[in-house]
Design a protein around this ligand. Structure first.
Ligand SMILES: [Zn+2]
Length: 86
Protein backbone atom coordinates (compact mmCIF):
# COMPACT_ATOMS: atom_id res chain seq x y z
CA UNK A 1 0.00 0.00 0.00
CA UNK A 2 2.98 2.34 0.42
CA UNK A 3 1.67 3.53 3.77
CA UNK A 4 3.95 4.69 6.52
CA UNK A 5 4.04 6.79 9.66
CA UNK A 6 5.80 10.10 10.06
CA UNK A 7 8.37 9.89 12.83
CA UNK A 8 9.30 12.67 15.23
CA UNK A 9 13.09 12.66 15.56
CA UNK A 10 15.40 15.18 17.26
CA UNK A 11 17.36 17.41 14.88
CA UNK A 12 20.01 15.41 13.08
CA UNK A 13 22.34 16.66 10.39
CA UNK A 14 23.17 14.54 7.37
CA UNK A 15 26.43 12.64 8.04
CA UNK A 16 27.39 13.14 4.40
CA UNK A 17 26.68 16.81 3.69
CA UNK A 18 25.68 18.34 7.04
CA UNK A 19 22.20 19.44 5.97
CA UNK A 20 19.47 19.05 8.60
CA UNK A 21 17.43 15.93 7.98
CA UNK A 22 13.63 15.86 8.00
CA UNK A 23 10.67 13.81 6.79
CA UNK A 24 11.51 10.74 8.82
CA UNK A 25 9.26 7.80 8.08
CA UNK A 26 8.71 4.32 9.41
CA UNK A 27 6.85 1.21 8.44
CA UNK A 28 7.31 -0.30 11.92
CA UNK A 29 4.21 1.33 13.41
CA UNK A 30 0.59 1.23 12.38
CA UNK A 31 1.32 2.86 9.02
CA UNK A 32 -1.66 5.16 9.15
CA UNK A 33 0.26 8.36 8.39
CA UNK A 34 0.36 9.26 12.07
CA UNK A 35 3.10 11.37 13.58
CA UNK A 36 4.79 9.09 16.10
CA UNK A 37 7.79 9.40 18.37
CA UNK A 38 10.87 7.55 17.27
CA UNK A 39 10.86 5.45 20.46
CA UNK A 40 7.60 3.86 19.33
CA UNK A 41 9.14 2.18 16.31
CA UNK A 42 12.03 -0.18 15.70
CA UNK A 43 13.15 1.37 12.47
CA UNK A 44 12.87 4.73 10.75
CA UNK A 45 14.56 6.35 7.84
CA UNK A 46 14.80 9.34 5.57
CA UNK A 47 16.76 10.45 2.57
CA UNK A 48 18.74 13.66 2.52
CA UNK A 49 17.16 16.38 0.38
CA UNK A 50 20.60 17.73 -0.41
CA UNK A 51 22.78 14.74 -1.26
CA UNK A 52 20.16 11.96 -1.37
CA UNK A 53 22.01 9.83 1.15
CA UNK A 54 19.76 7.23 2.76
CA UNK A 55 19.83 7.44 6.56
CA UNK A 56 18.21 4.66 8.52
CA UNK A 57 17.98 4.01 12.24
CA UNK A 58 17.35 0.52 13.57
CA UNK A 59 16.58 -0.05 17.23
CA UNK A 60 18.76 -2.31 19.31
CA UNK A 61 17.36 -4.59 22.01
CA UNK A 62 16.44 -2.21 24.85
CA UNK A 63 12.74 -1.34 24.43
CA UNK A 64 13.20 1.99 26.21
CA UNK A 65 16.39 2.80 24.41
CA UNK A 66 17.31 6.42 23.76
CA UNK A 67 18.16 7.59 20.27
CA UNK A 68 21.85 7.07 20.99
CA UNK A 69 21.21 3.34 21.09
CA UNK A 70 19.83 3.34 17.58
CA UNK A 71 22.26 2.29 14.92
CA UNK A 72 22.52 4.68 12.01
CA UNK A 73 23.37 3.41 8.56
CA UNK A 74 24.04 5.72 5.64
CA UNK A 75 23.97 4.56 2.08
CA UNK A 76 24.88 7.33 -0.31
CA UNK A 77 23.71 7.02 -3.87
CA UNK A 78 26.86 7.83 -5.82
CA UNK A 79 25.14 8.84 -9.02
CA UNK A 80 23.20 11.64 -7.37
CA UNK A 81 25.92 12.93 -5.07
CA UNK A 82 26.69 15.90 -7.33
CA UNK A 83 24.83 18.87 -6.00
CA UNK A 84 22.26 20.35 -8.28
CA UNK A 85 22.63 24.00 -9.15
CA UNK A 86 20.09 26.16 -7.33
ZN1 LIG B 1 23.14 14.96 2.78
Amino acid sequence: MGMYDCVSVPDIDCPKCGKPLSDWQSKSGDCVLDEIHYSAVDNFYTSCDECHAWIEFTKRVDPDAPLSSYEMTVDAVDSVLERQEP
